[in-house]
Design a protein around this ligand. Structure first.
Ligand code: SIN
Ligand code: CO
Length: 399
């Protein structure tokens, strides 16, 4: 089965995008994600924002005595929160936006659109966030620390892009969100139509204002930070008993109360030696794999699952198994050995055929009955497929 058409202009190859634009320059991709057009309506998103398991925020801007004041209400949101802004009950209310994170948890169909970004490794995926805003709505002028593809799903939004920011960029004081007044020199100013996508690199100042009732979907990418990696390295090291043997250190004579720089350097040298050794490489490999394959959000309460018979019937009637993009399924290959991680865990008890199928799923392939059961000697047992579904690693596409 073929994956989706990549979200790039006809004239830009993935190699060109990565070399010229990725983390460097913005790019407008007209009709980059036509599948998004009318996939959701504003009411769907406002309804979802009220679900007690949704991760939502209501951002409002009030202007009283010429002074803007922003507020953020985090989920759980209730109906009166939305009724108040929808009815414009308070005449100091200048604009408002509802944001919902991690949409691929709620819509595997939407999650499949990640395939259009397959020119970036899937382990760098963050989440899909949606914003709903009525005419004039905005979350202010700001920058983000991650890469984002801003995809218009419904209505129109005007985007302005300005300068690259850095640690010295000052935010307006006393507001609950990081915003500023000055975008710098405007380098882009266009109204996006449904299906259009704008790539915005990290730290580029941007400002989106709803032209009419509008839904914008942010496909965000992230890399782990050093803190997460060190934290995971410690976790991995804790189960390695060889690291519990106290170190041997050379010793010069010195005042007995002092911890000398020389001792610290020796310890540092041994630590770096360990990290640079093949033992260190395997600890780091495991820590990195666990970090980047970890889910950011808890799994939702599962819906009523299919039973084995229904699964078999669906597969024999053209349904396909696909990765569920609310999970993280990644692999790495070293010396022809493929190791698979799902949601932060090493899968160390897989058969060869299970490993082969999971690798294809991780690469975005849709597997049909023949792919799964073609060679009965290698077929994956139905109860294994059931457990993949129950764990939320895969999704059964019935359409
Ligand atoms: C929005 O959709 O309004 C905000 C998205 C962003 O600026 O990153
Ligand atoms: Co932003």
């Amino acid at each position: 089965m073929t994956a989706l058409k990549l979200c790039l202009p006809e004239a830009v190859t993935p190699q060109q995008f990565l070399a010229e634009y990725w983390q460097k320059k913005p790019l407008l991709i007209k009709q980059g994600l036509p599948q998004l057009i009318d996939m959701f309506e504003p009411e769907d998103i406002l309804g979802l924002a009220l679900d007690e398991e949704a991760l939502a925020r209501l951002i409002t801007q009030h202007i009283a005595h010429d002074k803007p004041k922003w507020t953020v209400k985090k989920s759980p949101l209730d109906e009166t929160d939305l009724e108040t802004v929808l009815a414009h009950a308070d005449d100091t209310l200048a604009n408002w936006t509802v944001l919902v994170q991690n949409l691929e948890q709620w819509s595997p169909e939407l999650g499949q659109l990640w395939q259009a970004f397959d020119f970036i490794p899937q382990w760098q995926r963050d989440d899909i966030m949606v914003s709903y805003a009525p005419q004039g709505g905005s979350v202010g002028k700001h920058y983000d620390d991650y890469d984002v593809f801003l995809a218009q799903g419904f209505g129109q939004r005007r985007w302005q892009l300005g300068k690259f920011c850095d640690e010295t960029t000052e935010f307006i004081e006393g507001q609950p969100i990081r915003i500023f007044d000055d975008l710098g020199e405007i380098i882009f100013d266009e109204v996006l139509q449904p299906g259009d996508v704008l790539y915005v690199p990290p730290k580029l100042a941007h400002y989106g204002v709803a032209v009419d009732d509008c839904l914008t979907f942010s496909f965000g990418f992230r890399r782990p930070n050093m803190m997460q990696l060190l934290d995971n390295l410690v976790d991995v090291a804790t189960s390695d008993s060889t690291l519990f043997v106290p170190m041997l250190l050379e010793q010069d004579s010195q005042p007995s109360g002092e911890l000398t720089e020389a001792s610290i350097s020796q310890i540092q040298a041994q630590l770096l030696q360990l990290l640079a050794s093949s033992h260190g490489t395997s600890l780091i490999r495991q820590a990195v794999s666990e970090t980047v394959s970890r889910r950011q959000y808890d799994i939702l309460t599962p819906e009523e699952a299919l039973d084995e018979q229904e699964l078999m019937q669906a597969l024999s009637r053209d349904a396909t198994l696909q990765i569920d993009y609310s999970s993280r399924l990644i692999y790495h290959t070293d010396n022809d050995i493929t190791t698979i991680y799902a949601n932060g865990q090493l899968l160390d008890e897989l058969s060869d055929s299970e490993r082969r199928l999971l690798k294809r799923l991780a690469n975005g392939e849709a597997l049909n009955h023949q792919d799964i059961f073609d060679d009965s000697a290698n077929a994956v047992a139905i109860d294994t497929l059931m457990s993949w579904l129950e764990n939320g690693w895969v999704w059964l596409n019935m359409t």
